[in-house]
Write a protein that binds this ligand. Structure first.
Ligand SMILES: Cc1cc2nc3c(=O)[nH]c(=O)nc-3n(C[C@H](O)[C@H](O)[C@H](O)COP(=O)(O)OP(=O)(O)OC[C@H]3O[C@@H](n4cnc5c(N)ncnc54)[C@H](O)[C@@H]3O)c2cc1C
Length: 532
C-alpha cells in the first residue's frame, strides 16, 4: 500500500530562528507550533506550543536543554519537560504534546502538516469533569460561584472551603444585626443545603493551609487534600490589629466576622463600657450597634474628623453631633497607648494619659488583603495577590477575586467593585471569557439607622475645582459636589443621600453635566426632567 504523500508547510528562513531559542508559528488557523533550533547540530525541532499542564500557549518560550540524554524544553510555567523529538512529558506520562517532522531545505524551515503518527498525543477523553476548588466562601467568592453556575451549571466538579464554621452570609449586614435592626437569619445567603442541592462539596470551618502548585493540590487544616484543575482564591481581608500592649486580653476584638459580632453581643449582655478604636465606617457602625445594645461607648480616633477619608469637615461635624446625641462619646486627635487589664480588659489608656474604662475593646483600624496562603505558594503578591484583567494570577490555573486581590495596583475594601471581579472570573471559568476587568471607583454609605451619609470620588479641592453646596441646617442636610471641568469629581451627602448612586454613576462615567449644572444639587429627577 502506498503511503500518502507528506504535506509540508513552509514556515520561515532558518536564520529567522536564533540558535538555542524557540519561536512560535501558526501551522494553520488553530494550531500553533513551537520551533527550536539547536546551534551545534543546526537542527530544528517542532512540537505543539500548547502546554497541557498550564493550559497556556507558552512552550516556544521555554528553555531548551538535555535531560536524561533527551533533548527537552522546560515549560516556563510549571517546569514540566517535554521531549523535542517525541513530545512526551518526562514528569507525567499522561501529558503529551504533538511532535512534527521538520526539514531544512535551501535555508527554509518546513514542518510536516500532520503530527508524527506513532507519537501523536491522543487527547484524553473527558470522562470526568474538570475540578474547580474555591478557597474562601465570602461575598466575592460565592458571587463568582453563583455567576459561574448561571453561565455553565455543569462544567465543573466543585469543592468549596471556608475558614468560618458556617455557610456564606452577608458580611455587610453584620452591622445591622449588631444594632438589632436585622436578625442573623436575615443575612444568611447560602446555607449547607444550598451547596448540597448543587452537588458542591462544602468544607465549613476547614481552612486551606497549603497549595501544592506542582501537584495541583490544596491541603486543608484537617489534613484533607484535594486536586484542582482550576483554583480560585477569595480569602478576603484581615483586620489590622495594632500591636498595642494588652491586645491579647479577653474582651479585645476586631469586627470582621460572625464570631467577632457574637463576642460583642455577648459582652453587651454582661458589661457596660465599650471602647471602639477607629472612627471610620466600620468603627462607627460597631459603636452604634453597641450603643443600641445598651453599652456606654467611646470612639477613639487619631485624626481631626470622623470618617476622614470619606467626609469633609462639615459633614464629619454633623455626623459627630448626631452620634453624640445618641450618647456615643467621640474623642478626636486621640491616640491609644495601651490596653489595660489582667485577664480581661478593664480600660484603655491614651497617649495624653487619660484612661477610659472598657470591658470591651473593638479594634477597627483598617484591613489588609489576606494573602498569606498565596504568598506561601509562591504566587506573585505585592500589597494584594496580583491579578491581570481576567482575574488570573501569575499561575494560569489560579484565579483570585475579592479583597485579597490587587488589580492594576489597586486593592479594594468595599463590595461594589468585587461584583465585577466575580463576573469576569466566572466568565473566564465558564470558557466564555472575553470581558476584562477595568477597575472601579468606590462609594461609601454609612449604615447607621437615622443617619444618612454618602461619599464618593475625590473630595480634594484644587485650583481646577468648584464646589456646589446646599446647606439646610434646620433639616440637617448638607450636600457638596466637587466639580472639575464640568464633571463631578467627588460628592459628599449628609442627611439626604437619595441621589448618591446617581452622582456615583456620573463620577464613574465622567459625564459632562453642563446641561444641568444649575440643577445638579436638586437630584436626578429634577435635573434630567428639565434638561430633556
Ligand atoms: C461589619 C462590616 C460591614 C461592612 N459594610 C460594608 C458596606 O456597607 N459596604 C461595602 O461595600 N462593604 C462593606 N464591608 C466590606 C465587605 O464586607 C467586603 O468588601 C466583602 O465582604 C469582601 O468580600 P471577600 O469575599 O473578598 O471577603 P470576605 O467576605 O471576607 O470572605 C473571605 C472568606 O474567606 C475565608 N478564608 C480566608 N482564608 C481562608 C482559607 N485559607 N481557607 C478557607 N477560607 C478562607 C474567610 O474566613 C472569609 O469567610 C463591611 C465589612 C464588615 C466586616
Amino acid at each position: 500500500m502506498n503511503e500518502p504523500q507528506n504535506e509540508w508547510i513552509d514556515i520561515c528562513q532558518l536564520s529567522d530562528i536564533v540558535p538555542d531559542t524557540g519561536v512560535c508559528a501558526l501551522l494553520d488557523e488553530n494550531r500553533q507550533v513551537a520551533l527550536f533550533r539547536l546551534s551545534h547540530q543546526d537542527r530544528v525541532y517542532a512540537i505543539g506550543n500548547h502546554d497541557p499542564a498550564s493550559g497556556a500557549n507558552v512552550l516556544s518560550r521555554g528553555i531548551i536543554g538535555d535531560l536524561q540524554g533527551e533533548r527537552v524544553v522546560a515549560s516556563p510555567i510549571y517546569k514540566h519537560h517535554y521531549s523535542l523529538s517525541t513530545g512526551r512529558c518526562l514528569e507525567n506520562p499522561d501529558l503529551m504534546v504533538p511532535a512534527y517532522q521538520v526539514q531544512v531545505s535551501d535555508g527554509r524551515v518546513l514542518v510536516e502538516k500532520t503530527a508524527k503518527k506513532s507519537l501523536m498525543a491522543t487527547p484524553k477523553l473527558r470522562t470526568e469533569k474538570p475540578r474547580l476548588v474555591l478557597v474562601g466562601n465570602g461575598l466575592a467568592g460565592m458571587r463568582m460561584l453563583e455567576d459561574l453556575l448561571e453561565m455553565a451549571p455543569d462544567l465543573y466538579d466543585i469543592e468549596v472551603f471556608g475558614a468560618e464554621p458556617h455557610g456564606n452570609y452577608n458580611r455587610i449586614l453584620l452591622s445591622p444585626v449588631l444594632s438589632g435592626d436585622k436578625s442573623l437569619h436575615d443575612i444568611i445567603l447560602h446555607d449547607a443545603a444550598w451547596y448540597q442541592e448543587r452537588h458542591i462539596r462544602f468544607h465549613a470551618g476547614d481552612s486551606i493551609v497549603r497549595i501544592d502548585r506542582h501537584r495541583h493540590q490544596v491541603v486543608a487544616a484537617s489534613g484533607y487534600t484535594t486536586t484542582y484543575n482550576r483554583l480560585v482564591l477569595a480569602t478576603g481581608s484581615e483586620p489590622i490589629m495594632i500591636p498595642l500592649e494588652g491586645i491579647n486580653l479577653e474582651g479585645v476584638t476586631a469586627f470582621r466576622n460572625l464570631g467577632d459580632m457574637n463576642t460583642m453581643l455577648t459582652a453587651a449582655k454582661q458589661y457596660t463600657n465599650a471602647v471602639v478604636i477607629g472612627g471610620g465606617l466600620l468603627g462607627l457602625e460597631a459603636a452604634h450597634g453597641l450603643s443600641r445594645q445598651g453599652m456606654k461607648v467611646t470612639v477613639i480616633h487619631l485624626m481631626d474628623r470622623l470618617m476622614d477619608r470619606q467626609l469633609d469637615q462639615e459633614a464629619a461635624n454633623m455626623l459627630r453631633s448626631a452620634l453624640e446625641q445618641r450618647g456615643i462619646t467621640i474623642r478626636l486627635h486621640a491616640e491609644t497607648e495601651k490596653i489595660l487589664g489582667n485577664s480581661r480588659v478593664t480600660s484603655v489608656r491614651l497617649k495624653d494619659g487619660c484612661e477610659i474604662p472598657a470591658d470591651l475593646v473593638v479594634m477597627a483600624t483598617g484591613i489588609r488583603p489576606n494573602i498569606a496562603l498565596a504568598q506561601s505558594a509562591g504566587l506573585h503578591c505585592e500589597r494584594g495577590l496580583v491579578v491581570n484583567d481576567i482575574m488570573q494570577t501569575f499561575d494560569p490555573r489560579i484565579f483570585a477575586v475579592g479583597e485579597c486581590v490587587q488589580h492594576r495596583g489597586v486593592t479594594y475594601g468595599l463590595v461594589e467593585p468585587l461584583w465585577g471581579h466575580a463576573f469576569v472570573c466566572a466568565s473566564q471559568l465558564a470558557e466564555r471569557g472575553s470581558i476584562r476587568y477595568q477597575g472601579a471607583h468606590m462609594a461609601t454609605q454609612l449604615k447607621v439607622s437615622g443617619i444618612d451619609v454618602f461619599s464618593a470620588g475625590d473630595l480634594k479641592s484644587s485650583q481646577d475645582t468648584d464646589d456646589l453646596i446646599v446647606r439646610d441646617t434646620k433639616r440637617g442636610i448638607y450636600k457638596r459636589l466637587i466639580l472639575n471641568n464640568n464633571r463631578i469629581q467627588g460628592a459628599v451627602l449628609y442627611g439626604d443621600t437619595r441621589d448618591g448612586s446617581w452622582y456615583s454613576e456620573l463620577i464613574q462615567d465622567k459625564t459632562d453635566i453642563s446641561a444641568y449644572r444649575n440643577r445638579l444639587l436638586f437630584g436626578q429627577d429634577f435635573s434630567l426632567k428639565r434638561a430633556s
